[in-house]
Every structure is written in structure tokens, then in C-alpha cells.
Design a protein around this ligand. Structure first.
Ligand code: NAP
Length: 290
């Protein structure tokens, strides 16, 4: 069967790794990124540069977006040179940005009016999950659209589920981030406590990682902290964005999530200190840099 032509918008930390998997699987990939220089590695690998999101859509059938914030998503879909300028019934549009369920619904509705299939498909698994092709993908939208893109997404994921109607992918991602807020603050305070108690912190990580405290944040970010590697797999600025979305959605549902609210406050404090471009493991700087 002929492979669908893919368009990919947003070749940052996650997008670059995902496109590499698609190229490796022999897909033809058209790319666009706000800063062109960040796409040069992919161009060398065979991806084809287009000057605008609208041009990406003109030259591909399955359009995937993975930009930073909901405002960026609005721009790439609805802007003057946005996807909807050229998208038509032959397209499937998939937003993988972590964005709001409301915007996911809006894009879905616009697509519906134009006869275009739309999915929201945020991911979990971090920069390493993207590099290794083992991302978890949480999809919202219609079954038929999901079925038609499944084989493409299997090139870079190890878990892929349709969660429900449009916006359900983003809601699932928010549930995921609520959990991650807990594991990140828990891991950070574990390290702070262990060090203050005079323990061999590396040994503590090794030991508790085998017991009931075992979790993804601990095994992926604990070692980075011990190496004082605070570079971004996942940016603090993006985690603040995610936690704000989760808290907004919770408020809409009349839910009080005090632990998530505290985690958001701590990360916002760190962002306020100029650490927004650090990775989320840099939370520990609130203790260890004082
Ligand atoms: P990133 O490195 O900042 O990548 C985002 C890319 O989108 C950047 O290259 C950026 O361009 C581009 N972009 C932003 N606005 C654009 C626009 N209007 N038009 C074209 N390109 C635009 O971030 P990331 O870590 O890959 O994350 C991307 C999304 O995935 C975020 O929503 C994040 O929350 C989510 N996510 C990240 C991870 C992770 O571990 N990194 C995990 C799960 C989900 P510039 O080069 O100009 O900035």
C-alpha cells in the first residue's frame, strides 16, 4: 500500500526525534518550524522544508503539529498562513502539542465543518521516549481517523489508545501531568531529605527504586540530578503551562486539587527565577541552590 505523505510542524526536542523515526520508516516528510535552523538536521536526513504550515498541508496528507503552547497551535491552524488555509477533505490533522481540551474541540469542529478529520494526540514518555520510539500516545477523536493513522504512530510509540471523543486525548494528558506533578515533587523531596540525612544519595536511589517508591520520574530524572544535568528533556516552562491547563480544567469541573496547585506554584517560582528553559528535574534547585 502507498505510504501517506506526512507533514510535520514543530521540529523541537520532541518533533525532531519523531520525524527521525518517520524518515527511518521511509515516509516522505514535509516539515516546517518557526526557527528554520532547528530543522536543518532533519533536512539533511531527507525531510523537505516548506515555508509555511499552509504549504506543508498543500504537499502532504497527514499533518502532525507539535509546537509549544496553545497560542502556537492557534497560529499554525488558524493563522494567515495556517493549515486551514489549504487543508481539504483529503487531509487528517493531528495535534500532538500538549494543549487545552477546548482548543482540541475547536479544531475538531472547524475540521468537521470542512469535512476534515481531526485528532488530538498528546504524548508522554519525554525526550527519551521520543528518541527511543516508545512514546505513550493519548488520542481524542473519531475511530475511523484513529484507525487510519495507527500504523504511522506505531513507528514512534509503544502505547497508543483512543481515549474518546475530541479533547479526550488532552484530558488524559492532563490526568497524566497531575500524576507527574506528584512524582516530581516526591522525587525532589526524597533527594533533599536523603542528602540532609547524610545518606549516600546514589545508593538511596538504587535501593528505593526497587521498592514501592519506584516510578518514572525517579528512574529517569534522579540520575540526571546526581550528574547535575539540568538540561531540558521536558522544559519547566511547558510543565507550568500544562499544570495551569490541568488546574483550569479542574476548576471548570468544580474540583479542588491542592497537591497539583502546590506543584504548579513551586514550578512557577522556579520559572520566575529564570529557570523556564531548564528541564523539570531542576525543581531541586529550589533547595540545593540556597
Ligand atoms: P520545543 O523543543 O520548544 O519544540 C516546539 C517547537 O515548535 C519549537 O521548535 C518551536 O519553534 C516550534 N513552534 C512553536 N510555535 C510555532 C509556530 N507558531 N510555528 C511553527 N513552529 C512553532 O518543545 P518540545 O519539548 O518538543 O515540546 C513540544 C510540545 O510537546 C509541548 O507542548 C510540550 O509540552 C509537549 N511535550 C513535551 C515533552 C518533552 O519531554 N519534551 C513530553 C510530552 C509532551 P522555535 O524553534 O522557534 O522555538
Amino acid at each position: 500500500m502507498r505510504k501517506k505523505k506526512i507533514g510535520f510542524i514543530g521540529t523541537g526536542v520532541m518533533g525532531t526525534s519523531i520525524v527521525k523515526h518517520l524518515l527511518k520508516a521511509d515516509y516522505e516528510v514535509q516539515i516546517y518550524n518557526r526557527t528554520k535552523s532547528k530543522a536543518s538536521e532533519l533536512m539533511e536526513l531527507g525531510a523537505v522544508w516548506q515555508n509555511t504550515p499552509a504549504e506543508v498541508a498543500e504537499n502532504a496528507e497527514v499533518i502532525i503539529t507539535m509546537v509549544g503552547y496553545p497560542t502556537d497551535v492557534e497560529e499554525v491552524y488558524y493563522g494567515d498562513n495556517g493549515i486551514f488555509q489549504t487543508a481539504s477533505k483529503r487531509h487528517i490533522l493531528i495535534d500532538m502539542t500538549t494543549s487545552t481540551p477546548t482548543l482540541a474541540n475547536k479544531i475538531y469542529q472547524t475540521g468537521k465543518e470542512k469535512g476534515i478529520a481531526v485528532l488530538d494526540a498528546p504524548v508522554s514518555g519525554g525526550d527519551l521516549g521520543a528518541k527511543n520510539g516508545t512514546l505513550t500516545v493519548m488520542v481524542g477523536g473519531d475511530q475511523a481517523a484513529f484507525d487510519s493513522i495507527k500504523s504511522i504512530f506505531e513507528e514512534f510509540s509503544s502505547k497508543l489508545n483512543l481515549q474518546g471523543s475530541a479533547g479526550s486525548g488532552q484530558h488524559t494528558k492532563m490526568a497524566n501531568q497531575i500524576m507527574v506533578a506528584g512524582t516530581m515533587t516526591g522525587m525532589t523531596e526524597l533527594l533533599v531529605y536523603a542528602k540532609a540525612a547524610g545518606l549516600d544519595v546514589e545508593k538511596v536511589l538504587d535501593t528505593v527504586g526497587g521498592g514501592s517508591a519506584q516510578n518514572w520520574s525517579l528512574s529517569n530524572y534522579g540520575p540526571r540530578i546526581l550528574k547535575e544535568d539540568y538540561s531540558a528533556g521536558f522544559f519547566i516552562k511547558h510543565f507550568v503551562k500544562d499544570l495551569k491547563i490541568a488546574l483550569d480544567e479542574a476548576k471548570r469541573m468544580n474540583l479542588n486539587l491542592p497537591a497539583t496547585a502546590l506543584a504548579e506554584k513551586l514550578y512557577e517560582e522556579l520559572e520566575g527565577k529564570g529557570n523556564g528553559n531548564d528541564g523539570t528535574q531542576a525543581l531541586i534547585k529550589l533547595w540545593w541552590e540556597n
